[in-house]
Design a protein around this ligand. Structure first.
Ligand code: ADP
Ligand code: MG
Length: 442
């Protein structure tokens, strides 16, 4: 590799910028397969290990890579992607992809991969999903506007695009999907170039307007004014409008009252964090869609080891399939654990005291309320001590916090319990076995 010192640093900066730019863990494994062959003032040559990665990188990432390279390292640089056939002295130089017409245009296009059919329904998203279906089937006539809110990676962008795709396909209507950020950029661009007429022409004459992540317009007065007027025009004409947001309208700061009341005028539907079953169902669906063969135990492993963010879950799946593909290994649970060891969040971080109490109550067949009571009978006190020990070792809770969650026990009681079980764990094999069993069930 002809890359030394500064160049190496520059490449790291480029990679980091891309990682931040995508902000999507499923992309990282792809970026990590890139290998720099040479990097000087005029050109950067990157290689990938096989045809599959080559196609993937070329189709999905190359333009962004080129853009970032030029942003960071000046405009003249030519970027080439080549295929490295396992053998480093024999490099197949596939015609470099040159240039990048970085389009000065708003990305106002539906994402086709998201459909109502490939959205998995669960307890957590039932309401939003039903609302989305109703709106997709009767745009402008059911709930207008529809306002979907929920945390990161829970399916808002998926749902809103699914609505748009359905309407476009079934009714051949003109649908605009735009993130609030892209809307703002588009507005700024039109303002600068004195072309507000064409801006208004676009947004006020569509049949369906879908604006994603509307919280972005917080404190942006000019944008809010435009959205206000656009809204009114579309609404009067019974054109469907859908917003998504990471929070309720009333929780978005810096929103004009007249706009807020319009957000609240139709139906507000929430998406909550998924439970394990829903996560498993989603993993399986995604695997099936992408022709990835995974067993149930891997699906459960992934589901158990992610918090609520489905995007993170998908990222793990992509990483697994990339690994299986690139190394020609068949996936099983042990391979999966190994491959994900470095990226998966430590499970300890998110086991809650409640989870522990439930597990203990199941194992010892006693009620959670007994665990939290003042009762001192041994058949309750002993499981309680184990529960406190697990709470201390598996969560970040302090002694007083644990005491509070166990029916307001004093922190000295907690300390005593934890020490006692800790000793038993080290000296008594049967106690250790019990604890390990319970941990597995968590
Ligand atoms: P948000 O916009 O809420 O941050 P996204 O819609 O981008 O989340 O969802 C993140 C990823 O998770 C997407 O790839 C999406 O397809 C997937 N996803 C989320 N919820 C579901 C679901 N219920 N069924 C299928 N895929 C889902
Ligand atoms: Mg989104």
């Amino acid at each position: 590799m002809l890359m030394i010192g500064e160049r190496m640093k520059t490449w790291e900066t480029i990679k980091q910028t891309l990682i931040n730019f995508y902000n999507d863990s499923s992309v990282d494994p792809w970026l990590n397969t890139l290998n720099v062959i040479s990097f000087d003032n005029n050109s950067l040559i990157i290689s990938v290990p096989d045809q599959f990665s080559y196609d993937w990188i070329k189709n999905h990432f190359l333009n962004d890579i080129i853009r970032v390279v030029r942003d960071i390292d000046g405009n003249g640089i030519e970027v080439s992607l080549i295929l490295e056939d396992g053998n480093t002295d024999e490099i197949n130089n596939i015609e470099p992809v040159k240039g990048n017409q970085f389009i000065d245009k708003v990305e106002a296009e539906l994402r086709e991969k998201y459909s109502l059919e490939n959205f998995v329904e669960g307890e957590c998203n039932k309401f939003a999903f039903a609302a989305a279906q109703a709106v997709a089937k009767g745009p402008g006539h059911t709930y207008n506007p529809l306002f979907i809110y929920g945390g990161v990676g829970l399916g808002k962008t998926h749902l809103v695009n699914a609505i748009g795709n359905h309407i476009k396909k079934e009714y051949k209507l003109y649908v605009i999907y735009v993130s609030a950020e892209a809307f703002v950029n588009d507005l700024v661009h039109h303002l600068k170039t004195n072309k507000m007429d064409s801006f208004r022409e676009t947004y006020r004459n569509c049949d369906v307007l879908l604006i994603d992540d509307i919280e972005f317009i917080s404190n942006k007065e000019k944008t809010q004014e435009e959205i206000f007027h656009t809204f009114n025009k579309l609404y009067e004409e019974k054109k469907q409008i859908v917003f998504t947001s990471d929070r309720l309208p009333k929780e978005i700061p810096g929103i004009e009252e007249r706009l807020r009341s319009r957000f609240e005028m139709g139906l507000i539907a929430d998406i909550q964090a998924p439970d394990v079953e829903t996560k498993v169902a989603i993993v399986k669906k995604k695997a099936e869609q992408n022709n990835i063969d995974i067993d149930d135990d891997i699906a459960f492993f992934l589901a158990y080891n992610t918090l609520s963010n489905i995007r993170e879950l998908e990222g793990y799946l992509t990483r697994l399939s990339a690994y299986a593909y690139l190394t020609k290994t068949k996936l099983n649970i042990n391979v999966a654990k190994e491959v994900l060891a470095s990226v998966i969040k430590k499970k300890d971080k998110w086991v809650t005291i409640e989870d522990i109490q439930k597990a203990i109550s199941l194992y010892f067949k006693i009620k959670v309320s007994d665990l939290n009571s003042q009762k001192r009978m041994r058949y309750i006190a002993y499981p309680r001590q184990i529960a406190m020990y697990l709470a201390r070792t598996l969560t970040n809770a302090s002694f007083p916090e644990i005491g509070t969650q166990f029916g307001n026990k004093d922190h000295s009681t907690v300390i005593h319990s934890v020490n006692k079980i800790d000793n038993l764990y080290k000296t008594d094999q049967s106690v250790k076995d019990v604890i390990e069993k319970i941990k597995k069930g968590l």
